[in-house]
Design a protein around this ligand. Structure first.
Ligand SMILES: [Fe+2]
Ligand SMILES: [Fe+2]
Length: 137
């Protein structure tokens, strides 16, 4: 997956963080392709958990600062992804037998792709349009 300019929210820190997420997910896809799940998945899940916490917090602060009309809806979606990531973290902490790192990697990939498509490409993009124009699209 590739970050493109039309996904820009217009706040550099937020856009840089989105780009970083694309980079990480591409790294995970490479690991799945090359059979390196076991070496990659724990670090990826750890990254995602920390990333989401600070990224969501930052976006929510930005929405509050700009009195964004869809703040609570947007925030509720962040909470859904936090729960999905918590679940992945719990799974990662369980003992694993052969093949389970692969399954966990595929599931993690699914969660992040869903996050990019349903959230970044729609909900975050909508926030970006509001920050640029001062109006809801
Ligand atoms: Fe975001
Ligand atoms: Fe968001």
């Amino acid at each position: 997956m590739e970050w493109t300019e039309d996904l820009a929210v217009g706040v550099k820190r937020i856009d840089d963080q989105h780009k970083e997420l694309f980079t990480r997910i591409n790294g995970l896809v490479d690991a799945i392709r090359t059979g390196k799940c076991k070496e990659t998945i724990d670090g990826t899940i750890q990254f995602l958990a920390e990333y989401a916490l600070s990224h969501f917090r930052e976006e929510e602060q930005c929405m509050a600062d700009h009195r964004y009309p869809e703040f609570s809806r947007h925030k509720a979606q962040h909470a859904i992804f936090m729960r999905a990531l918590d679940d992945l973290k719990k799974q990662a902490a369980e003992p694993r037998v052969k093949g389970m790192s692969y399954d966990l990697s595929v599931e993690t990939n699914k969660v992040v792709v869903d996050w990019i498509i349903t959230h970044i490409m729609r909900i975050d993009k909508k926030l970006g349009a509001f920050l640029r124009t001062g109006e809801m699209s």
